[in-house]
Design a protein around this ligand. Structure first.
Ligand code: SAH
Length: 206
């Protein structure tokens, strides 16, 4: 499946029924997800992929459509329910996909995989949220691909901080793409940033 087919598949999936601001729930836009996952597929040899904060399943389902065996961890049972429906819907087009959604807090994840691919909470509501996700990802795999929020005003500072955070844990970090996308109205409390948000795509390698 190429990136444009993947984008179409993912664009048909349902979003959060009732987004929870505290959990920073928003769906990765299908075009961003397709490009991001394509890079992951091209760079990783193994087949086991973990998605942390899998939400409504966009990244998990997309990764499975590219051939990965996927475990998606998500705290919110309502989101998992939507993800399961999305999985069933996608499978009508693709045939069986190897995805398991597991309800868990990211801090309780105890797993091993070839790669983690994730779009965690931005850490706007809770400053440490994305760092807790990174920490968890580093415990699961030697290769981590992550979409992390990067406000334009603080871009260099944020990148420097993330690189140091990774380096202290034995990981090299590179930013391989920067995406800008519109946040849904459910996140309009982000005032200044409500219109468009910048997201850096990171590749971490141990
Ligand atoms: N990865 C999905 C959803 C991104 S939104 C996508 O790309 O579309 C971030 C997700 O992280 C939400 O689904 C939210 O419920 C989940 N989340 C937030 N805090 C969490 C935690 N502590 N443990 C597990 N999941 C969490």
């Amino acid at each position: 499946m190429d990136a444009s087919q993947l984008k179409i598949l993912l664009s048909k999936l349902e979003g959060f029924a009732d987004p929870e601001p505290r959990l920073e729930q928003y769906v990765t836009p299908s075009d961003v997800a397709a490009r991001f996952l394509n890079t992951v597929r091209m760079q990783v040899d193994g087949d086991e992929l973990v998605d942390l904060g899998s939400g409504t399943g966009v990244l998990s389902i997309g990764a499975a459509a590219l051939g990965f065996t996927v475990r998606g961890y998500e705290q919110d049972p309502d989101a998992i329910q939507v993800a399961e429906q999305n999985l069933a819907q996608a499978e009508e087009e693709t045939g069986e996909l190897d995805v398991t959604f597991i309800q868990a807090d990211v801090e309780d994840v105890d797993d091993e995989a070839d790669v983690v691919a994730m779009n965690p909470p931005f850490g706007i509501q809770d400053d440490d949220a994305n760092l807790r996700f990174l920490e968890a990802a580093f415990s699961v795999a030697d290769e981590v691909f992550a979409l992390l929020h990067s406000s334009e005003a603080k871009r260099d500072e944020t990148r420097q901080f993330i690189k140091e955070f990774a380096s202290n844990r034995g990981f090299d970090a590179t930013v391989f793409a920067t995406y800008r996308f519109r946040l849904p109205n459910s996140m309009a409390f982000h005032e200044r940033e409500q219109a468009r948000i910048g997201v850096d795509a990171y590749h971490f390698t141990r």
